[in-house]
Ligand binder design. Structure first.
Ligand code: FES
Ligand code: FES
Length: 405
């Protein structure tokens, strides 16, 4: 059992809680706030969504102990929220609830849409709501309610809502980034400390970069494997030089930020947003490379402070020269997730998501090689679950017809 202290709906709450109690149970059973509903308890239905420091999170896959020091807002605490007062009226006017089971989570998600995507149209609202299941309404009233709030705010801007939007869009200052870094617990199992003495060299590295090395790791850790390739219209030397420059590689990987580097060792974070699921893994990675064979192995591990999920894995890449100005990059990814997010690691959607990330990474590498002055805005492009779902269905249809579609 651990003592935790957090703000719930503006009130300080100090309780003893077991390590494995999730936030949903904690709120309902120990704080007595039963407005937070639990449906699937797998992070899928969205009924349990609450706000943590103003951001929607799934309380059923968030450990209560991970919320130490955070401000949690549940449906009982929305009374003074300027967006929620608009949504409350709109949900009533558009009959956006029936049994009400999904409503606490729907409201948290709707608030996020109103604040984050002021220009959202019906299609975008429906896509954003994809992570919240309603068994009664058919979604028509819910979508109409959210659209009416968005529409009203376009014609009659509200200063309080504007201030909330502003606080969301303000880029994190260096000190905020530092705060964030300090809040994260760095999970280091495989990588040595980031010191010059500990920096490995290819000559001293015990494990050569071979496919069998990756497969061997896989059999030990039961990793999930993904293999893919992308082609780049540059000669192999240029691509190799780029692919072994860790800051350059990180700048092409959506959501990745390097915070410290010492030779081939880096510490940083990778933020992943997949529909309503968001995680920010903080950890470290080490690059082992073989310049003679154009092969490299990036080994890393990290932890998401909120869900306490841990990720570890290897990215192996190998360059194949296809021509004087054409290189194929073979990528083998082997990863494992432990903790509440582990249930997603093997799903087809997540694997397709990772493939999309690899494809986007390839495009970003190509763009950066073409124009080295491109800003890190390359990272910003979001990958949406709906497009992934369509891609997944399409690939299954193609497989069904033997690839002849
Ligand atoms: S209860 Fe379904 S997402 Fe949490
Ligand atoms: S209103 Fe019943 S589940 Fe949404």
């Amino acid at each position: 059992m651990k003592n935790i202290s957090l703000l719930v709906n503006g009130q300080k709450v100090v309780k003893q809680v077991s390590d494995r109690t999730h936030l949903g149970d904690f709120l309902r059973e120990q704080v007595g706030l039963t407005g937070t509903h639990l449906g699937c308890e797998h992070g899928v239905c969205g009924a349990c969504t609450v706000l943590s420091d103003g951001q929607p999170i799934r309380s059923c896959i968030t450990f209560a102990v991970a919320c130490e020091g955070k401000a949690i807002t549940t449906v009982e605490g929305y009374a003074d929220d300027p967006v929620m007062s608009l949504l409350r009226e709109a949900f009533t006017a558009h009959h956006a609830l029936q049994c009400g089971y999904c409503t606490p989570g729907m409201l948290a998600c709707a608030r996020d849409i109103v604040l984050r995507i002021p220009e959202a149209d019906e299609q975008r609202v429906r896509i954003e709501l994809a992570g919240n299941i309603c068994r009664c309404t058919g979604y028509v009233g819910i979508v109409a309610a959210i659209l009416s709030v968005l529409n009203n705010l376009r014609h009659h801007p509200d200063a309080n809502v504007q201030a909330l939007r502003q606080s969301l869009s303000t880029p994190k200052s260096a000190s905020n980034a530092q705060d964030l870094k300090e809040k994260f617990t760095v999970f280091e199992v495989e990588s040595p400390p980031l010191t010059a003495q500990a920096q490995p060299t290819i000559e001293s590295s015990a494990a050569p970069i071979t496919q069998s090395a990756v497969l061997q790791t896989a059999s030990v850790k039961n990793l999930t494997h993904i293999e893919d390739t992308f082609d780049i219209a540059f000669d192999s030397n240029a691509v190799w030089q780029f692919m072994t420059d860790l800051p350059a590689v990180a700048a092409c990987l959506p959501g990745a930020v390097i915070e410290a580097q010492d030779g081939e060792l880096v510490k940083g974070r990778v933020a992943i947003k997949f529909g309503p699921m968001a995680a920010a893994f903080v950890g470290s990675a080490r690059l082992e490379k073989n310049d003679a064979t154009f092969t490299a192995l990036l080994k890393g591990s990290g932890q998401d402070s909120l869900s306490q999920s841990r990720a570890s894995g290897d990215v192996q890449y190998r360059l194949q020269t296809l021509g004087a100005a054409m290189t194929r990059v073979h990528v083998q990814l082997a990863y494992s997730l432990q903790g509440p997010l582990a249930q997603f690691s093997r799903s087809g959607l997540v694997q397709e998501f990772v493939r999309r990330m690899i494809a986007d990474f390839g495009k970003n590498v190509s763009a950066r090689l073409t124009n080295p002055d491109l800003s890190q805005a390359l990272n910003a492009k979001a990958i949406h679950p709906a497009s992934i779902l369509i891609a997944l269905i399409w690939s299954k249809i193609k497989r069904l017809f033997g690839g002849k579609v």
